[in-house]
Design a protein around this ligand. Structure first.
Ligand code: GAR
Length: 210
């Protein structure tokens, strides 16, 4: 079984989708550690109720980004992961941290990258009058939200969509594509170099399903 370490900051609904995929056997993987950076992250309770070890590494208790990232890297290395999965982890990571885990560090972002890196992606898609929106699973490189994409889930923006409805529907898309991308990784169907050289990522059209 592949060993996964999950990094989260908040609710952890993507973390839950990965837990479920491991528990049902859909993923040939085991979550060996959850790391959160906030004491109030609900993801901690999800880990506890599924018997998954967790660590709180509170960024507020570290002098600077380097010290925080060093503590994170040490905790992650101890867990000997095959893959490190960022699931709503809301801290910018240092280049050193990202390079240390190069090719093993994966993120999910709520937009059709390269559109809308950063924050407020749903509002930006609505404001631009986009017809489609989605989420992207990608390898992490030092430039934020710019690493090689693995898979995108897409849906059509409806006339009556607002930020809240889009956020909910995109979450549904994410809960499908994150386990799918991890499945491809653990089966060796894609790796960093493969993702970096493909002309466009795999696409899951989730318009109809939600
Ligand atoms: C997800 O929508 C994820 O794409 C986003 O945070 C949410 C976490 O939800 N991540 C980012 O914006 C990263 N920049 P969750 O805690 O319920 O999984």
């Amino acid at each position: 079984k592949s060993r996964l370490v999950v990094l989260a900051s908040g609710n952890g609904s993507n973390f839950q989708a990965i837990i479920d995929a491991c528990e049902t056997g859909r993923l040939d993987a085991e979550i060996v550690l959850l790391v959160v950076n906030r004491p109030d992250a609900y993801a901690l309770e999800r880990a506890a109720s599924h018997g998954i070890p967790s660590r709180l590494i509170d960024h507020k208790t570290y002098a600077d980004r380097e010290a925080f990232d060093a503590a994170m890297a040490e905790a992650i290395d101890e867990a000997r992961p095959d893959w490190i999965i960022m699931a709503g982890f809301m801290r910018i990571l240092t280049d050193g941290f990202v390079e240390h885990f190069r090719g093993k560090l994966i993120n999910i972002h709520p937009s059709l990258l390269p559109k809308y890196p950063g924050m407020n992606t749903h509002a930006r898609a609505l404001e631009a009058g986009d017809l489609k929106h989605g989420a992207t699973v990608h390898f992490v490189t030092p430039t934020v939200d710019a690493g090689p994409p693995i898979v995108q889930g897409r849906l059509e923006i409806l006339d009556n969509d607002d930020v809240e409805s889009l956020k909910q529907r995109i979450h549904g898309v994410e809960h499908r594509i994150y386990p799918l991308a991890i499945d491809w990784l653990v089966k060796g169907k894609i790796d960093f170099d493969g993702a970096a050289t493909q002309t466009s990522p795999a696409v899951v059209d989730a318009s109809g399903a939600l």
